[in-house]
Design a protein around this ligand. Sequence first.
Ligand code: HEM
Length: 420
Amino acid sequence: MPYREQIPIDKGIDNTAKLLLEGYNYITNRRKKYGRDIFETRILGGQKAICIAGEEAVKTFYDEEKLIRHGAAPKRVRQTLFGEHAVQTMDGDKHRHRKELFMSLMSKERLEDLRKLLESQIEITLAKWTTQHKVVIYKEMVQVLTMVACVWSGIPLEENEVEKRANQLEALFDSVGAIGPRHWKGRTSRNLAEAWLRAMVAQVRSGEINPPNETALYKMSWYQDKNGKLLNEQIVAVELLNIIRPIVAVSVYITFEALALHEHPKEKEKLQQKGEEYAELFIQEVRRYYPFFPVLTAKVREDFLWNGHDFKKGNLVLLDIYGTNHHPDIWEKPHLFHPERFKNREENFYDFIPQGGGDYYRGHRCPGEWLTIEVMKVVLNFLVNNIEYIVPKQDLQYSMVRFPSLPKSRFVISDVKRRS
Ligand code: HEM
């Protein structure tokens, strides 16, 4: 007889309020209390959900024989962050085919194009920063990355439109964990941004605009699904947003990079002395240490047994991203910011998951991970080696219950000067 046992249960008919109140720590708090990497809860209108964390949990979560994504993401996430019928909600061959499209945008050459675009945009922005008394890093990066994301994707964007589109793109990821006006702003922004891109896809197809062949706008407009059919304009708009929205969201990590440099002045010296190799360790640690994505959701495909528990078809499963990146079985002193921990670390697709785990092509792991690291590298080099600045007194605390979390002040710098 296979081994079975009753897993701990977080009692209550609906624990959504607790989840919102404890945010990034909801699963970790219960893992500590129960001494187990698995427990049952009820959320989102009383639905049964199994919460899991740790390396073995990640392996199970990314086993597509066991779990699927269709129907797993809450409606409010689809209405803001993902959009409807996006790659995140697909499974099997159809998902793999669509995922190829995303991965085809991440070639070495295309990442190099992005690096160059970002470097020149930052140069232009620096000229402005040196004339301003104060600069809010997060807000500035949202605008810079909106411009870079659009140019890189072949999406025409007039200068006087940048602020409007930057606000819309930011609202898509800033609204997902919110209720009330912040959430509604996200939904309205999604409608506006989708309409903008739908019209653009129509123009590409009618020959009115001709984006370069290697760009997302071109590739997605002419992409054929498994049956050789073009996607409808609405879905192309959703998937284009799946490229430009997360590029803008890298502003969150950049803000945490700036915070890490400020909180750990010795790290700045090491970065200046040790160059790119150390920068890579530092960036990995920023992505591990600071909170960004809290959890992922999937549904059980068919009944299976794991860790003594019967997972029943249709049950919701929550994988703890933040908790796995701070799991004491994987990380020594997980709450210490220590980039050297990544030195000589063997690559493992299941224990370090800030942007998901498993295989890029077969599963749902983030196709933008290399791009994210490249963007973080360019900006880190700029902050460490190209400019000098003062960090004035401000509220740098970041919340463990707001998604996405950000330093309250959004990281203000002043007296920016180019380093000689
Ligand atoms: C800002 C930093 C980023 C973070 C923290 C992040 C995080 C994630 C996470 C946690 C997932 C879910 C993985 C899963 O479901 O198993 C994901 C998926 C995805 N990400 Fe990212 N991401 C980032 C940047 C990017 C960038 C720059 C792009 C594109 C240029 C991108 C495009 C996507 C897409 C399309 C998916 C869905 C993949 C699929 O379902 O197969 N992300 N990301």
